[in-house]
Design a binder for this molecule. Structure first.
Ligand code: BGC
Length: 413
């Protein structure tokens, strides 16, 4: 709930007027090709149960626009049935007392035994389930067009130290080295992968999750900003405000060599009929092979009264956790199932790698929450830190200055 104190909406939020009985109004920001296909699967499943899907899509990758619209809807007493909200924001909404308690549904569905502990905790407010998880996205990916690298005689970078040489070759051969969309959340997405690759998962955890001032002001953070500056050198001049999926399209159609983006980008490759390992490569962002930044999509469900509305809610939460939904949705979305007991047989190699790495990194302690995708710190803090990164990315500010500003922004409550 970026930079808006929820207290102001506490009272208003309780006077919810639900959408029409048995209507399921779902706020989300899944509007790209791959995303829309995924959302359509949920709609189909609910309509099969006799519920009526009311689409409430608010365009804008990363979800900032959607969150703004959600707040104003709740303030005006018109909460949707469910809204795509994740990470610590679930707690913030929970504290407002506007969310339905999903415990009976969770008990009946055995959620506690199906979900990894790290996921279940995020879905609960004061021990009660108030959100239902959809998937696990990995953020620290690099999407590569191998043909472009081949034509340029360049080697795909394995570390950030390798990156400039590869990018230079792509540029000399007439390609755009890095496909990027200049929107704050995309800048921040690249930044977190850079920090992870430059500093490693422990450093990432200290700096971007624990917000430890020593880590935030360290030479490693300065080096991270230097590296981000390098990446900026290799984006094109039309990047400003480009949507992420258009940047992905540049890799798909061979204009650009690589993109640093979470695996919702894979949904675009899939929708375009592209095959991993052949038409494109999914690789961990440089230097992040042994780490995993997770981003878990989830829905909070608002308190509703009336038997019809409650049936609709229960249908929604039950459908989202069902193995059928988890399979078909995640095949389209680029993510992996969040619950156990879903066959990975139909998933591609990228998803299989993601599932294996998720488990391995959880054991090794190198599974870290994505800050750019609202999993790591409260929304206000995320917003303030994101602003610093974007200001740096779009100016000639020195890395030293950016470090000081980021450390100050991390104190935002
Ligand atoms: C969400 C994804 C979405 C992406 C781009 C992320 O924050 O978790 O589900 O596809 O933003 O909009």
């Amino acid at each position: 709930m970026t930079r808006m104190k929820l207290a102001a909406i506490a009272v208003a939020g309780l006077g919810l007027s639900a959408a029409q009985a048995a209507d399921i109004e779902v706020l989300h920001w899944w509007t790209s090709g791959g995303e829309a296909k995924s959302a359509a699967e949920l709609k189909k499943m609910l309509e099969a149960k006799g519920d009526k899907w009311k689409d409430f899509a608010v365009a804008g990758g990363g979800g900032e626009n959607a969150m703004t619209v959600l707040k104003s809807r709740v303030v005006s007493g018109k909460a949707p049935t469910a809204a795509q909200v994740k990470g610590p924001s679930i707690q913030e909404w929970g504290a407002e007392g506007v969310l339905a308690n999903l415990d009976p549904i969770a008990k009946a569905g055995n959620w506690d035994s199906l979900l990894p502990g790290v996921v279940a905790n995020v879905m609960k407010y004061k021990g009660n389930y108030v959100a239902v998880p959809v998937n696990v996205h990995r953020v620290n990916w690099m999407w590569v067009n191998p043909e472009v690298f081949k034509k340029a005689g360049a080697t795909v970078p394995k570390t950030w130290a390798d990156f400039p040489a590869a990018a230079e070759k792509l540029q000399k051969a007439g390609f755009i080295p890095v496909a990027h969309g200049g929107q704050p959340w995309q800048d921040f997405t690249v930044f977190e992968s850079v920090v992870l690759g430059v500093g490693g998962p422990k450093f990432y955890q200290d700096a971007l999750v624990k917000l430890d001032q020593k880590a935030l002001t360290s030479p490693t953070m300065e080096k991270s900003f230097d590296t981000l500056r390098q990446v900026h050198k290799y984006i094109d001049k039309d990047a400003a405000n480009r949507d992420w999926n258009l940047a992905t399209a540049m890799v798909i159609n061979g204009k650009a060599g690589m993109q640093f983006m979470g695996d919702w980008a894979k949904g675009e490759f899939t929708a375009a009929g592209k095959v991993p390992g052949k038409d494109y490569l999914c690789m961990p962002a440089p230097g992040t092979e042994h780490a995993f930044t997770f981003n878990i999509d989830s829905f909070i469900i608002f308190k509703q009264s009336g038997a019809d509305a409650q049936k609709a809610q229960s249908d929604f939460a039950t459908a989202v956790m069902s193995p059928e939904f988890q399979e078909v949705f995640n095949l389209n979305k680029g993510s992996i199932p969040v619950r156990s007991g879903v066959s990975m047989a139909k998933f591609d190699d990228c998803a299989k790698m993601s599932a294996k790495d998720f488990a391995d990194d959880a054991k090794a302690g190198s599974l870290v929450p994505s800050i750019a995708h609202q999993m790591a710190v409260p929304a206000a803090t995320t917003g303030a830190m994101q602003d610093v990164v974007t200001a740096f990315f779009n100016s000639n500010q020195s890395s030293k200055d950016a470090v000081a500003k980021l450390a100050a922004a991390a104190k935002t409550k």
